[in-house]
Design a protein around this ligand. Structure first.
Ligand SMILES: C[S@@+](CC[C@H](N)C(=O)[O-])C[C@H]1O[C@@H](n2cnc3c(N)ncnc32)[C@H](O)[C@@H]1O
Length: 281
């Protein structure tokens, strides 16, 4: 349990926050504030976008026909991007019902051949068990929402073939991270896991990973939230409807909050990769 975050009804809080934050991720406001300005229309609810996906894609291109697993795939545009741009098959696991429904509807309109190489599973990763082994397991901006990072790394490890690769892109704790900030990001976005890069490294070794590489992508985080802030400011200025203006002002406030956290290195955005070098158990 993170300092500052109360224990009562944690389970129902996690589910309520998940629904509150992600049930609406297909909405027009997300498109205008995030998907169009940050991700060129792709429905990525993440910071790393194509920068992280192309890194993963380049790993898959080394060996055509690789099997990938995404932990917390949202509307699965991340999976679809990889399937469309690289020669791989992807399974995405997602707990939010609406996101899965949206993913399935969007997939039905995907170019021919994409659907056959993309499998969606509606499940909570905390209880889900893999039914096969993968060459690469990745998680983009999802592990921060799941308590017990060790358990998730163990799950990722158990889904990997020997020598397989894990890639994580996520918000992590920077040197200036405080208990107050942990409480704020939990309240705002349900972020419950904020480890430092050294804590990640220790846990990865503990769960059988080697060749651990951690790359600081905080500049990408700053750029992402600067772009969202610009879009929200412009949208607020161009609307006369009071409740819509209030909503854009809220987007602006939140974007400026994260931009500042990244600039002050209270939060960092990192890409972490590792290989599964030892048998589990
Ligand atoms: C910030 S979004 C990122 C989605 C996607 N990876 C992307 O980059 O567009 C995080 C996703 O993780 C999902 N998630 C959180 N906890 C989960 C869990 N325990 N099991 C499965 N999915 C989970 C959320 O519902 C949400 O869709």
């Amino acid at each position: 349990m993170k300092a500052g975050i109360g224990t009562c009804d944690l389970e129902s809080d996690i589910l309520t926050k998940n629904r509150g934050n992600y049930d609406w991720a297909a909405n027009e406001s997300w498109r205008l504030a995030v998907y169009d300005p940050v991700h060129e229309g792709w429905h990525f609810t993440n910071i790393g976008g194509r920068y992280v996906l192309d890194y993963i894609g380049r790993l898959t291109n080394l060996d055509g026909g690789m099997e990938l697993l995404e932990l917390g795939c949202g509307m699965a545009d991340t999976c679809r991007y990889l399937v469309e741009h690289y020669s791989c098959r992807v399974t995405g696991v997602e707990m939010n019902q609406r996101q899965i429904e949206t993913a399935r509807a969007r997939l039905a309109k995907a170019p021919p051949g994409v659907g056959e190489r993309l499998r969606l599973i509606h499940a909570d990763l905390r209880v889900w068990q893999p039914d096969r082994l993968y060459d690469l397991v990745y998680a983009i901006d999802s592990l921060m929402l799941i308590p017990d990072l060790g358990k998730m790394l163990d799950k990722g490890r158990s889904a990997l073939r020997p020598g397989g690769t894990l890639v994580i892109a996520d918000v992590i704790a920077g040197p200036g991270c405080t208990d107050r900030l942990r409480q704020q990001v939990w309240d705002l976005d349900g972020i419950i896991t904020l480890e430092t890069s050294e804590q990640y490294r220790t846990l990865l070794v503990q769960f059988g990973f080697a060749d651990i590489r951690i790359k600081d992508l905080t500049e990408l985080g700053i750029r992402c939230f600067t772009t969202i802030a610009c879009a929200a400011r412009r949208l607020a200025a161009h609307t006369n409807e009071p409740s819509a203006r209030t909503s854009w002002e809220k987007w602006l406030e939140v974007a400026l909050f994260y931009e500042r956290c990244f600039r002050e290195r209270q939060l960092l955005y990192s890409r972490i990769s590792a290989s599964a070098d030892r048998p589990t158990g």
